[in-house]
Design a protein. Structure first.
Length: 318
């Protein structure tokens, strides 16, 4: 029999209406009568003497007060899951649920191997994975919607604890047949002579380039902009384009030999970072630590293999 939630039904109903956008949709999701959900929300509004939703012709929209209450509800549910996992661990069982938010490049890179390893070594730990931009990943972590985040270029914050972090050289990738491919390093002046496949401003590496090297994009006809890292890498693999990214972003292709990573040697080119982070205001559970450590191992392994492949390529050119 499933364990009932310790979070009051009224808050759970409120959260689902906020997610679904209407009481009718929430009722279907929860398999609860719409009248019961409506009654609980009305009682909450009467008790707090405030409107929690705007009743619109096409659904329900949270007010500021409703948004604050939904945030509280989600934090309570997150704490409830953590405590339930800790109780299991006190019984000697590594069992529970961990929510991970990661980047797009991880989905086609290290995540499949990490998930398979976790399932094989810790079959009683269930995992939920969301792919997001760095900004959205940080928001999910702080809102209590994720337990662990793997984030590129995370800025220091008091409310975020960095479990592990590593620097990644700032560079670009090209196809093995590209004119730059035999270089040990490249300068930005060399890169600008070729078409550039560029990631959108949702990613920190693009913001960094805009802030420091805006002149790279003076000729808009030479740069294609997309929010898809996979498209960026496909264009680079095609042979014409240069793409700014990290060796971790392109690790599968570097290891396979379909892309070559070239560090940028310009003075002042700052390294990128990859971090495994958690909410500093909450203790990391035992199962959370198991997952965070295993994820860290997988990232480190991916970086090592990409660098070994790069070293092997350079040795072959000597």
């Amino acid at each position: 029999m499933a364990r009932s939630s310790l979070v009051p039904a009224s808050l759970r109903y409120l959260d689902q209406v906020a997610r679904s956008g209407s009481i009718q949709k929430a009722a279907k999701e929860l398999n609860v009568a719409a009248s019961a959900i409506d009654r609980q929300i009305l009682l909450l509004e009467q008790e707090l003497d405030v409107e929690l939703f705007e009743r619109l012709p096409r659904g329900m929209r949270l007010t500021a007060a409703g948004d604050a209450l939904v945030t509280l509800s989600r934090r309570w549910r997150s704490d409830e899951r953590r405590v339930a996992a800790e109780i299991k661990q006190l019984q000697g069982v590594d069992q529970g649920h961990v929510r991970l938010v990661a980047m797009d490049s991880h989905a086609n890179g290290l995540l499949p191997g990490f998930i398979e390893r976790l399932a094989a070594e810790q079959p009683r730990i269930s995992l939920e994975v969301e792919i997001a931009s760095p900004d959205d990943a940080l928001t999910a972590l702080l809102a209590g919607n994720a337990d662990i985040a793997a984030i590129f270029n995370l800025m220091p914050r008091r409310d975020i604890h960095v479990h592990w972090s590593a620097e990644l050289p700032f560079g670009c990738v090209v196809a093995p047949a590209h004119a730059l491919a035999r270089s040990e390093t490249v300068s930005l002046q060399e890169v600008v002579a070729y078409p550039i496949a560029l990631q959108s401003k949702a990613l920190m590496i693009r913001r960094y380039l805009d802030a420091r090297y805006g002149w790279l994009f003076a000729d808009p006809q030479k740069a294609l902009v997309t929010n898809s890292l996979q498209l960026v890498k496909q264009l680079a693999r095609g042979g014409s384009y240069v793409a700014f990214t990290s060796e971790l972003d392109a690790a599968p292709e570097i290891i396979a030999g379909s892309l070559v990573f070239l560090p940028v040697r310009d003075k002042g080119a700052e390294p990128q970072t990859v971090s495994v982070a958690i909410d500093a205001t909450k203790p990391l559970s035992r199962i959370g630590r198991i997952v965070a450590n295993m994820l860290t191992d997988e990232i480190m392994s991916s970086i090592r293999h990409a660098r070994a492949s790069g070293d092997s390529r350079r040795a072959g050119h000597v």
